[in-house]
Design a protein around this ligand. Structure first.
Ligand code: PLP
Length: 467
């Protein structure tokens, strides 16, 4: 009997089909879950960079529309998603939840591993989940143009797509190191009509100040944010849009966790562990926040944010007020931070090179409701390779941080001989990141060395904030 006609072939097929858990279109969540009223303690109000006092809605109104400012501070547990936004999210949502059975087999683990596949969106990551409502609420307020930063290019791509959906344009300051590493991300954004500049750029005072000190600066998200905020604050028809960190961004991403929860329920599962990579906290928050009420009620669910050891804000930063950007133009927020001057080493996970963290994720970590863990670049790419070999999907290098942590946990469970259900966020695919994989295959991708000295120096520059 030849291999093709073996009966196991059909078994594998049937089982494989059952491993992709989809939701009907009608089950797309129609409201966002707002964790703010459920936090163990209220968040410290952001402080104005100009006065040091709590920031006023008027100050925020220079760069954000009223609806997003309201969401940023809302105490409503659920916020309805506008029909116009749902219509666009429905182009790719609900996203599949997939049982990673081949990865489980390769690891020989008793763990059941599920991943929420956000790489199926138009731009290939979870970012359009917030880009679409942000563009919508800005357009509703009469705004025609958005400025933003982008690290690896995923956020710029998502905003380029979303602004195009609402007949707007956007200008993207792209961190220099990624601008050079990922030329096709630039093309993607330009195809949707966005203008893309390498940051630091000569177009803004913030960019020029950095270039004067260091003409070869690789850039950072903190610098690119300064440039985008500076430009938006100076133009009446232009607002600024941030792809992560802020409360309203995590709010918009909760469609991920709400769907995943229903999908797991449909196969009779609840997660014991939840993993998401962490740059500014949006995909981790998106998948984990909808489970926070259960965690607070005592359910044994451990959610862990996974960050690179080259930019370890959650595991080695300080919980303190700090600026969101390098030029100190944004409000100061209380978060885990490495210091706004921290320059992360160049890496292939541009989306994770941020000195700070989401205030919501920071508060949950500080309260012990969630955990955090750091992984090295080499381990991350080995994990990505195994994931590609078993599940057939090339993960974004950012997402592969979660894969690495899942593999660690699965090995631990194997050693303990313990079953458990693991849920993780596959925040994006890596098909625009093949340059990084090329370096990995060529053996030229290193780990990034200990950042202890640079972290200590940047922490010494944290602002003093009156209580
Ligand atoms: C931007 C990005 C991240 C990091 O941002 P978070 O806000 O922490 O989610 C992670 N993965 C992908 C694919 C991204 O595009």
């Amino acid at each position: 009997m030849d291999a093709m006609s073996r009966p196991t072939t059909t078994n594998v097929k049937a089982r494989t089909r059952g491993d992709v858990i989809t939701l009907p279109a009608a089950e797309l969540p129609t409201r966002w879950y707002n964790v703010l009223p459920d936090l163990p303690a209220p968040l410290a109000p952001p402080r104005s960079p100009a006065t040091g006092n709590p920031v006023t809605p008027d100050e925020l109104g220079r760069i954000f529309p009223p609806a997003l400012i309201e969401q940023e501070m809302s105490q409503d547990r659920f916020i309805p998603i506008p029909e116009e936004v749902l219509a666009i999210l429905a182009m790719w949502r609900p996203t599949p939840l997939v049982r990673a059975r081949r990865l489980e087999a390769a690891l020989g683990t008793p763990a059941r591993i599920y991943y929420k596949h956000e790489g199926v969106s138009p731009s290939g990551s979870h970012k359009p989940n917030t880009a679409v409502p942000q563009a919508y609420f800005n357009r509703l307020h009469g705004i025609r143009r958005l400025t933003t930063e982008t690290g690896a290019g995923q956020w710029g791509s998502a905003l380029a797509f979303a602004t195009r959906m609402f007949g707007m344009t956007c200008r993207v300051y792209m961190v220099r190191v990624s601008y050079d590493q990922k030329p096709y991300r630039r093309t993607f954004m330009r195809l949707f009509g966005a203008e893309v500049f390498a940051s630091p750029s000569p177009h803004t005072a913030s960019g020029r100040a950095i270039l004067a000190k260091d003409p070869g600066s690789p850039g950072s998200l903190g610098i690119a944010i300064s440039e985008a905020v500076e430009e938006a604050a100076g133009l009446p028809d232009t607002n600024y849009s941030l792809g992560s960190v802020l409360n309203h961004v995590l709010l918009h991403q909760t469609v991920i966790g709400q769907e995943a929860k229903r999908q797991l329920e449909s196969v009779g599962e609840t997660p014991d562990f939840i993993f998401g990579c962490h740059g500014g906290g949006s995909n981790f928050g998106g998948i984990a926040l909808p489970f926070v009420p259960e965690v607070l009620a005592g359910a044994p669910i451990r959610a862990v944010a996974v960050e690179p050891d080259g930019c370890p804000s959650l595991t080695r930063g300080r919980f303190a007020f700090d600026y969101g950007d390098t030029a100190k133009l944004t409000p100061m927020v209380r978060m885990y931070t490495l210091g706004h001057d921290f320059m992360p080493p160049a890496s292939h996970s541009g989306g994770l090179r941020y000195h700070g963290a989401s205030p919501i994720v920071s508060a949950l970590l500080e309260a012990g409701v969630i955990g955090a863990e750091a992984v090295a670049q080499g381990e991350v790419f080995r994990a990505a390779e195994l994931f590609a070999h078993t599940e057939g999907i090339v993960p974004a290098p950012e997402s592969a941080h979660a894969v690495a942590a899942v593999i660690r946990k699965a090995a631990e469970l194997r050693e303990e001989g313990r079953e458990a259900t693991i849920l993780f966020s596959l925040s994006g695919h890596g098909l625009f990141d093949l340059g990084a994989y090329e370096a990995y295959l060529d053996g030229t991708l290193g780990d990034q060395g200990d950042q202890g000295e640079a972290i200590a120096a940047a922490l010494a520059g944290l602002p003093q904030v009156r209580p």
